[in-house]
Design a protein around this ligand. Structure first.
Ligand code: SF4
Length: 200
């Protein structure tokens, strides 16, 4: 019998250290890497089970010291809020900057504002905006919340800025230039940093 493959909970990519806490997501984006790949570079990011914070910390420790970790992976990391809180506390004790890449729907998922509990643990959020309006967002990202997702994402971004998190709103680079500019304006109005992500 062959030995079971170990799940990739922590991986290095492009000089950064990433945490892969879940494969669940409230979206089914048309452009999601999960639709036609098993991971990033040679890292297989499908999980055989949801990891514990202790398992992630054990796998993160060999990567220390590092300047920054990013919760990202193959799913929506904010669906593992418990993991983000515990692993971020460990990271902060080790002087590590903590970033979370998110679809910005956590407050809908939990039915409450989860951001205040992450002050002092998480340093920044990179939120995927992906469209300038709710209908286009839903066409591209197919949220379980339908068109309620988009205003909730904008609200999440506003709250993130207000609480002092480094806040980035991003779009994928295949959008038409006019749409990218409309998203840039929304981001500027919220007071976030705007970023156009390359989809390879
Ligand atoms: S939000 Fe991210 S993980 Fe979720 S479906 Fe979209 S691209 Fe994939």
């Amino acid at each position: 019998m062959s030995e079971a493959k170990k799940d990739t909970l922590v991986y290095e990519y492009g000089g950064g250290v990433y945490i892969n806490p879940t494969n669940r997501c409230t979206n089914r984006c048309r452009f999601c890497l999960r639709n036609n790949s098993d991971g990033v570079a040679d890292h297989d990011l499908w999980l055989s089970k949801e990891p514990t914070a202790e398992e992630i910390i054990a796998d993160l420790t060999p990567f220390l010291p590092t300047k920054k970790i990013t919760f990202c992976g193959f799913g929506e990391p904010m669906m593992r809020l418990d993991i983000i809180e515990t692993v971020s506390a460990f990271a902060k004790e080790n002087g590590v900057y903590v970033k979370v890449n998110t679809n910005g729907q956590a407050n809908l998922f939990y039915g409450r504002d989860v951001l205040p509990s992450l002050v002092g643990l998480v340093d920044g959020f990179s939120i995927s905006l992906n469209a300038s309006n709710a209908a286009d967002y839903q066409t591209e990202c197919r949220s379980v919340y339908g068109e309620d997702a988009y205003p909730a994402i904008l609200d999440f971004a506003r709250r993130s800025v207000a609480l002092g998190f480094d806040t980035t709103l991003s779009v994928v680079d295949y959008l038409p230039e006019s749409e990218i500019e409309a998203c840039r304006k929304i981001s500027d109005d919220i007071g976030a940093v705007f970023r156009v992500r390359h989809m390879g």
